[in-house]
Design a binder for this molecule. Structure first.
Ligand SMILES: Cc1ncc(COP(=O)(O)O)c(C=O)c1O
Length: 387
């Protein structure tokens, strides 16, 4: 239907799998464990702060790079959790979610003909935006069984046209947390080939079992050539607010801001003010976030295991995945359609995180950023089906 109307770069990507599964889920009245948004609210204190800011005003455009108090709060949080100094004036940019930070970085940096290395599985925003920027995606699949970094293949992927490598850490959909050694290896190649690394770290505060999240600006070889993107969406359970940000050295920040000013110009000022307050919340808030998601991860993953699935327990993020090998289904989309319509639980087929769905057809992702009663209802339906 879109033929000839949608631009050639975007047309092949169609409608995102998240929109498709959400629609299927409402049509079937299923429990929605597909798209990653909480069915509970973030802290009231954040909402009250935004409400007060709206009533008090002004409700006009914010400075394009973000209001000073939020940029300072981001810099303060980075210092508190990672011990790194970032200059709020020249290194922090507030955007409309991580989505816009990533899009701005790609549009602000890439030239037609550049190559961008993407790891598969890869979040579905990156390939279309790389294509729209006129660049070519070079895919490097993470290595099974543990989805580790394929050092040889990665080395081969770097060439004279490589401009950027994108890392998603912790990784959606499989919950991999990149180790310091893996990031050092990527850093070494980026330095050798004069390449920029962009890291999408929206799940930075959701890591499990004592693992430590390593932001790219902590990797010595990448300090001057990395753009770290994060968001308040997952950390404060406010996905609808779309307040995200990028942290990068001044030169790279200039490129991000160049595109950002023409994409959205700025992010709603009242929401920024509330997030400035949220960023300064005590350590206990962040600890409780990880603790509560650990309980939810354990609850859903053990239930899936008990009903006979092989579970890929996540090291981070709020997704857990299963292998559908031996379930009677050959294809993850077919499995998800059946599960939504017949069992009443919606999930995400992981093959949509591979280029052309050429991998991951045996994997299905469930999100567990849900109230316990929602997870219980899903588990009950799955148990009834399997028994
Ligand atoms: C890996 C990843 N990056 C970016 C986003 C989007 O973040 P935001 O809502 O801040 O744009 C998501 C949301 O699910 C995500 O999983």
């Amino acid at each position: 239907m879109n033929s000839g109307i949608v631009c050639k770069a975007l047309e092949p990507f169609g409608t995102t799998i998240f929109t498709e599964m959400n629609a299927l889920c409402s049509e079937a009245g299923a429990v929605n464990l597909s798209q990653g948004f909480p069915d509970f609210e973030g802290p009231d204190s954040i909402k009250e702060c935004a409400a007060k800011a709206i009533l008090r005003g002004p409700n006009q455009y914010a400075p394009s790079q973000g209001i000073p108090s939020l940029r300072e709060a981001i810099s303060g949080k980075v210092k508190r959790f990672y011990g790194v100094d970032v200059d709020p004036e020249s290194e922090v940019t507030v955007t409309a979610g991580a989505t816009e930070a990533i899009s701005s970085a790609l549009l602000g940096l890439l030239e037609p003909g550049d190559e961008v290395i993407l790891f598969e599985p890869c979040y579905d925003l990156y390939p279309p935006m790389v294509a729209r920027a006129g660049a070519r995606a070079v895919y490097v699949p993470l290595e099974r069984p543990g989805f580790s970094l394929p050092e040889g293949r990665l080395k081969q992927a770097f060439g004279s046209k490589t401009r950027l490598v994108i890392i998603n850490n912790p990784l959606n959909p499989l919950g991999k947390v990149f180790t310091r050694e893996e990031l050092d290896f990527i850093g070494k190649l980026c330095t050798e080939h004069n390449v920029i690394a962009l890291s999408d770290e929206v799940y930075e505060h959701i890591v499990y079992d004592g693992r430590v999240h390593v932001p790219l600006f902590q990797v010595p070889s990448l300090k001057d050539r990395s753009i770290v993107v994060s968001s308040t969406a997952k950390t404060f359970s406010m996905t609808g607010w779309k307040v995200g940000y990028s942290i990068a050295p001044p030169g790279l920040t200039k490129a991000v801001r160049m595109a950002h000013q023409f994409l959205t110009f700025c992010t709603p000022s009242a929401l920024q003010e509330a997030m400035a307050m949220a960023m300064a919340m005590e350590d206990s808030y962040f600890e409780e976030l990880a603790r509560s998601y650990t309980k939810k991860r354990n609850m859903l993953s053990s239930a899936l295991e008990a009903i006979g699935f092989q579970v890929l327990w996540p090291e981070g993020t709020y997704y857990t995945s299963i292998s559908i090998k031996g379930s009677g289904f050959e294809d993850d989309m077919e499995f998800c359609r059946y599960l939504t319509r017949e069992v009443g639980v919606a999930a995400i087929p992981c093959s949509y995180f591979w280029n052309g769905r050429r991998g991951g057809r045996d994997l299905v992702r469930f999100c567990f950023c849900k109230k316990d009663e929602t997870l219980e209802a899903a588990i009950e339906r799955l148990e009834r089906w399997r028994s």
